[in-house]
Design a protein around this ligand. Sequence first.
Ligand code: THU
Length: 132
Amino acid sequence: MTDRELLNTALIAREAAYAPYSGYFVGAALLAEDGTVYTGCNMENASYSATLCAERAAFAAAISAGAHRFKAIAVAGGKGMKADEAASPCGVCRQVMAEFCDEKFNIILGNEQTLSVYSLGDLLPLSFSLED
Ligand code: THU
């Protein structure tokens, strides 16, 4: 699975996003160490704080299926049907990633044209864990 293939899977997952309030549609594709890909999309709610981000939806799918070790996540997002921005994971999603992944975990951001790879260590330095 290449980074481009994982990002394309996130773009497809984005098509299911439920975002009637923000109009910001996000898809995520999470690659487990065994090669399985778990997808998620954002799911909003009239009670705004009940909104779930695409990344955490993908982690919930993976953990629910018994997967605990991961290599990478790709995230694609943008306003409306366009995915011409590069959505970056929110702080809560970064913290959830840190629960299951080390600082070398890859975070792939982009759209149909662009692709950038970061590490969790880049995006969440000095992270909090119960080992601290
Ligand atoms: N969103 C995500 O799905 N992932 C992020 O990391 C950032 C934000 C969603 C939540 C909400 O449905 C919409 O984008 C606007 O914040």
